[in-house]
Design a protein around this ligand. Sequence first.
Ligand code: TTP
Ligand code: MG
Length: 416
Amino acid sequence: MIYYVCKDMANYVRIMHIDLDAFFVSVEQVENPGLEGKPVIVGGRPDRRGVVASASYEARRFGIHAAMPLATAYRLCPQAIFIEGSFAKYRDASQRFMAILADFTPFVEPVGLDEAYLDVTGFESLYGSIHQMALNIKQRINNELKLHASAGVAGSKVVAKIASDLSKPDGLLEVADGDERSFLAPLPVGKLPGIGKKTERVLQGLGIGTIGKLSVAPLRVLKSHLGVSGEILHRHASGIDDRKVELPGAAKSISRETTFGKDTRDRSFLQATLRYLSERVGSELRQRGRQAKCITLKLRYTDFTTITRSRTLPQASDADQAIADTGLELLNKALAQEKQAIRLIGIGVSNLVEPGRQLAMLDSSAQRLEKLNRAVDRIRQKYGFTAIQTGRTLRLKDIFRETDGGYPLHTPSLSR
Ligand code: TTP
Ligand code: MG
């Protein structure tokens, strides 16, 4: 008997997922209460290109959602208030949000700016119940930031996230241990994180409309239509997800991208932009004390087709030059293959590792680059990002206006 109790306790996990409601918009509403209760959109002016970053719940009633082109949002709701937004403000609110969470538990994994997973296993003894702990967290966020958060509590990350999503706005939903399957079964497959429109269509084609049906679909069929992700989705559909809450520092990837004001084929402009984005990625990589092994280029063409191309570096690096040079190689290859004009360009790094005491340190050119990048970082921290520019990004000066010591990246609110 005791044996079984111990065994169950060993498997017992409680994870809380917290996500702020209409984050960017809500920060704007706190600053300007006149915006409360109105259809508000952060992303930029509707006559500019770019997409909706955040929409108030009032705007969502018109069918407006994140990632929708601003022009479409304007068509659906011309009376909406469009705000360009400012990343600095959201970063500040995000830091305060994460600091509140850290007061409740050290086991916090931030995801983006307004979202986090908390490993709350065993915290019942501190707060009476996990439900009470979630209420306390929500209350503090509301008292101190005037923002609303929604929380989901369950035995795994995937179920906790779905629960917080379903509870929005200002909600709290707890799925009891053992109830995961019955909780998920009736939900449409689109509610499962990782299932976008395309996968949803594939599943519909197979007659799979609910998460319950997905959980009992033959694995062989899912794998043949969806590859490896078919297997993961199959497990998640049963509420099985053994991903742990990972503490920060273990970021999996860093990326920056921008949508152009006008689609372009101008090679030197594309290269300059790519260098600039690479420098922004490199600077964050060094700030986090990580090096990257994998570099990924992202391009979106006029017809909205989006491609990504990746390359693994022979040795992990945090140098702007390594990121940019690899990105440029991938870009040149892509430009040779596809003649369409480009709408969006982005660069990302992944497969992040702790800098090792590698042989490269003996290599004086790598050492020189490292020194150079750190010196540039120090100047930029003091005087702004564009205070120092390589000859190749200077071209951007004539095209973009500089704000906050940087070039605005679309969506402007995401410039950083
Ligand atoms: P979300 O949490 O996905 O969205 P939200 O907080 O606006 O709304 P809710 O959680 O209530 O559904 O994203 C958090 C912020 O990240 C969002 O306020 C703006 C930004 N964001 C973008 O800039 N682009 C995007 O495509 C998405 C989804 C979010
Ligand atoms: Mg949110």
